[in-house]
Design a protein around this ligand. Structure first.
Ligand code: PFF
Length: 462
């Protein structure tokens, strides 16, 4: 039976006392693990490179501060105050505030977004695993090859052309993600995150130290931090906004679901600032680990998606300990992808568990199997089905565009409108504390700033 905005089943399952993580630090690590991923290590450097460096970085930082952090607070708060998956959370809040029950479709869309992102994320994460393997086993250590772009270009093309390698590497990544998620929120995710996040940070710190010592660090700093506004286009502003949502894992149910496991006492604003701070720091640090080498070796910073997989391997043979540097680099990308992959699988698993009362094992197994099936679409769109059948894009590019640009923007817009217009002040106090002065500022951001900015960008881009 269905009541206003929520099923009786969901009301019965509503468990504010649901198990939470041990402390605020675990939540920060898990949420930063979700935020820090291929978006930071792979996408940010090449997107910044393609869009002229410093000026783009500035717009990106503004998007994080004005839109990303408030939305992050909202999503964590929506999860924590309901202790439900994204669909259930919107159902309950709509019911409590007397808003239309259809607001729950925003939660539904967010769960679909996380599922679709993961279906291609596992393929790209598979590339990292494959590159880790070939770099560690000395493939790029060909004595005669020095800056032989043909070799590294061909290696990447061969990988994309081979469904077998793509399927094996993505299954390996999916299998690890599944193994962690199926073991549970505390025994699986919390335990894994407590190991993975510190390891990733250590590797990143070592890489940047190394890169600063042997590369052209000054050129990298100038490129990333000295804005040249003549290079900034309207398109770059849209890309910066979309990327700020993607990198903070917004509008894709991950932060709502993780928020539902957040301890009751931790401060949401402080936590959101910490997560966004770590995420931004890692993105900039990744740039500072890569660009010194890129400039030192006269490579093109705007090389696009191939920057990591074609340009970077060119220098492994030329720098001291290149094999070690290269394998550590791809291993770090793999860890970052894994902590994000977990957070992309959890929303669907939590929804299946809570909505249908299934066990975690059954929910995780079904999610992993369907993900694998859908991921075949991405795999084949890189080779045997590579046709621009979807508005001039192949399936992989179309999925990437649909999720990161359309679904996430719509989801963020809807979440802002819901928080700005439907949530009552009492509910905002749950987020910010009784006397917080942040409530009016938060309300105004959600009501006017985010919707107007997104609408203006959308209209101008049309
Ligand atoms: N934030 C991740 C990255 O930067 O790679 C990607 C991501 C994870 C997007 C989780 C969305 C999400 F829900």
């Amino acid at each position: 039976m269905r009541e206003e905005g929520v099923t009786t089943q969901e009301l019965r399952d509503y468990r504010p006392e649901q198990k939470t993580w041990q402390g605020r630090l675990t939540f920060i690590m898990a949420a930063s693990g979700s935020a820090v991923g291929l978006g930071n290590l792979w996408k940010f450097p090449y997107v910044a490179g393609e869009n002229g460096g410093g000026a783009f970085v500035l717009v990106y930082l503004a998007c994080i501060i004005f839109f990303g952090i408030p939305l992050l607070m909202a999503e964590i708060g929506i999860g924590r105050s309901t202790r439900k998956n994204a669909y259930g959370a919107f159902s309950i809040l709509a019911e409590k505030t007397g808003a239309s029950k259809y607001w729950r479709s925003v939660g539904g869309l967010a769960i679909c977004t996380s599922f679709l992102i993961l279906s291609f994320y596992i393929v790209v994460a598979g590339w990292c695993l494959y590159y880790f393997y070939i770099t560690a086993t000395g493939y790029f250590n060909v004595p005669s090859h020095s800056l032989d772009k043909n070799l590294t270009g061909r290696t990447f093309e061969t990988l994309l052309a081979s469904p077998t390698i793509l399927i094996i590497s993505s299954i390996a990544f999916l299998g690890m993600t599944y193994a962690i998620v199926t073991s549970g929120v505390v025994k699986g995710i919390e335990k894994a995150i407590n190991w993975l996040m510190p390891s990733m940070m250590l590797i990143l710190a070592a890489l940047i130290g190394y890169s600063a010592t042997i590369g052209n660090f000054d050129a990298a700093v100038e490129f990333l931090f000295k804005p040249d506004f003549s290079k900034l286009t309207f398109d770059s502003a849209i890309i910066a906004l979309g990327h700020s949502f993607f990198t903070l894992s917004l509008a894709s149910a991950s932060m709502i679901t993780y928020g539902s496991y957040m301890p009751g006492k931790a401060s949401i604003p402080k936590t959101a600032f910490a997560v966004a701070g770590i995420d931004t720091l890692v993105a900039l640090t990744a740039g500072l680990a890569i660009f010194p080498l890129v400039f030192q070796h006269g490579l093109e910073p705007g090389a696009g998606p191939g920057l990591m997989f074609i340009s970077l391997p060119l220098i492994f043979n030329d720098i001291p300990y290149g094999q070690l540097f290269g394998s550590a680099f791809f291993f770090m990308m793999f860890i970052a992808a894994l902590t994000s992959g977990i957070s992309l699988m959890e929303p669907t698993v939590a929804w299946l568990e809570q909505r249908f009362n299934w066990t975690r094992k059954k929910s995780a197994a079904l999610t992993a199997f369907s993900l694998w099936l859908v991921s075949l679409g991405t795999v084949f769109s890189l080779n045997i089905w590579n046709s621009p059948a979807f508005f001039g894009k192949n399936l992989f590019d179309a999925l990437d565009y649909l999720t990161a640009n359309v679904f996430m923007t719509l989801g963020a817009l809807a979440t802002a409108i819901f928080c700005g217009y439907c949530l009552k002040t009492n509910q905002l106090k749950l987020l910010f504390g009784e006397e917080s002065l942040a409530i009016p500022a938060f309300r105004a951001t959600m009501k006017y700033l985010v919707p107007l900015f997104i609408l203006a960008l959308a209209l101008t881009s049309i």
